[in-house]
Design a protein around this ligand. Structure first.
Ligand code: GLA
Length: 394
């Protein structure tokens, strides 16, 4: 007998959301849009500097059940919380909402500008991506809305163009000046692969994660990172200003060999110097990490993850005590090749490269250590590299 799907699998979420859709709206959904969360293996805070990132889709996802309506109303609900949201699908100006409908509105507005205005629809979502865990639950919502919207209108769009449309929704409707990584990962990742994305040329290579011996362990600190979006904007501005003073289009154009010379420029502030050093060394680490993974040298890849964490903690200053604690605890484990914070930081999650057979024990020991220090268990799970966002008929 096939094993029952776990409560977090796409199939289980789909069943749950279908039932709730029927209870709420008294009819069946027409389609499901399924969008994963993402974990970035390495290449942090470099996407908005034209750098290289290496994310994977999680096997945890958001499922959105949708059916079109004959009018312009949009009704949104979740399978997990009471209370729905409702709005007029013609009224899509930014700033109309501060709840989660803003992501849906932003994507609808982007699709309308791309020539694909949506009809009204009813939607219900369920998700196994921890919200505020730095695992791109909002990019998953944007991508699911975008793919559901295209399916409702019968239109198609290039995946990367769609990622940019979703990024714009995040900028204009959520006020987060994010890079392209999250939306590109959610929409362009393929199962069994990491996405090596060049954020300047906007090209990517599917990079197989070659060894079943190693897996990705996610440990969520439970510290919500959302409040820190001002700090995110501040780092981004410091990088852009540094690039201007260094007379390069973006910090990607500073080669590691030219780093010392760049850092010696008197026009840079100390904050800019730290940002430049992080971005230049992180770009180098990401390329080295891809080489190491392709050689099957997971221990070398892991050391690069550790160095990335140190750089994010000390130079870029986007970590927090809980993330540092998780990273240090994981890094001390013999079965862990490396561990670092992943995503925007100031909370959220760490990712560790861990020997698959040892993962349950490692997870338990990190959980116990965290519990002893902070009085609560962190949510932790092993993920395989999942499938990018897609739509299936209900
Ligand atoms: C957030 C942003 C991304 C990226 C990461 C840091 O997740 O949405 O664009 O900048 O932080 O790498």
């Amino acid at each position: 007998m096939a094993p029952a799907p776990s409560a977090d699998s796409a199939a289980a979420l789909q069943d749950r959301v279908r039932r709730q859709f029927e209870v709420l709206y008294g009819r069946s959904p027409a389609l499901f849009a399924i969008a994963p969360g993402r974990v970035n293996v390495i290449g942090e805070h470099v996407d908005y500097n034209g750098g290289w990132v290496l994310p994977a889709a999680l096997d945890r996802c958001l499922v959105m059940a949708v059916a079109p309506r004959d009018d312009e109303r949009v009704r949104l609900a979740t399978a997990d919380f009471e209370g729905g949201l409702e709005f007029d699908g013609r009224d899509l100006a930014p700033g109309r909402a501060t709840d989660w409908s803003r992501y849906v509105r932003g994507v609808m507005s982007g699709l309308a500008h791309a020539g694909h205005p949506l009809p009204g629809f009813d939607a219900c979502i369920a998700s196994s991506i921890p919200v505020g865990g730095g695992l791109s639950s909002s990019a998953a919502l944007e991508a699911a809305t975008a793919l559901a919207g295209l399916a409702l209108t019968g239109a198609t769009m290039d995946r990367f163009a769609l990622a940019k449309l979703c990024q714009r929704a995040e900028h204009d409707y959520a006020g987060v000046p994010c890079g392209i990584m999250d939306q590109a990962a959610v929409l362009c990742c393929e199962e069994g692969h990491l996405l090596l994305l060049d954020c300047e040329t906007e090209t990517f290579v599917q990079t197989p994660l070659p060894n079943a011996e190693w897996s990705l362990l996610i440990v969520n600190s439970g510290v919500s990172h959302e409040l820190a979006s001002g700090e995110y904007a501040r780092r981004r501005a410091a990088c852009e200003q540094a690039a201007r003073r260094l007379r390069v289009p973006s910090l990607r154009h500073i080669e590691p060999a030219a780093l010392d010379e760049a850092l010696a420029l008197p026009a840079l502030t100390e904050e800019m110097r730290r940002c430049v050093r992080h971005v230049v060394t992180e770009n180098q680490r990401t390329r080295q990490c891809v080489d190491a993974l392709q050689r099957g040298d997971f221990l070398a890849a892991g050391r690069l993850l550790n160095a990335s964490h140190a750089s994010l903690r000390d130079d870029y200053q986007v970590s927090c005590e809980e993330l540092d604690f998780i990273a240090a605890t994981a890094q001390a484990e013999a079965a862990v090749a490396g561990c670092r914070m992943t995503g925007g930081g100031f909370g959220g999650s760490c990712v560790a490269l861990v020997r698959r057979t040892d993962a349950p024990d490692v997870m338990r020991r990190i959980g116990d250590a965290f519990q002893a220090r902070y009085g609560r268990q962190p949510v932790a799970f092993v993920t395989s590299t999942g499938r990018g966002a897609h739509v299936i008929n209900a």
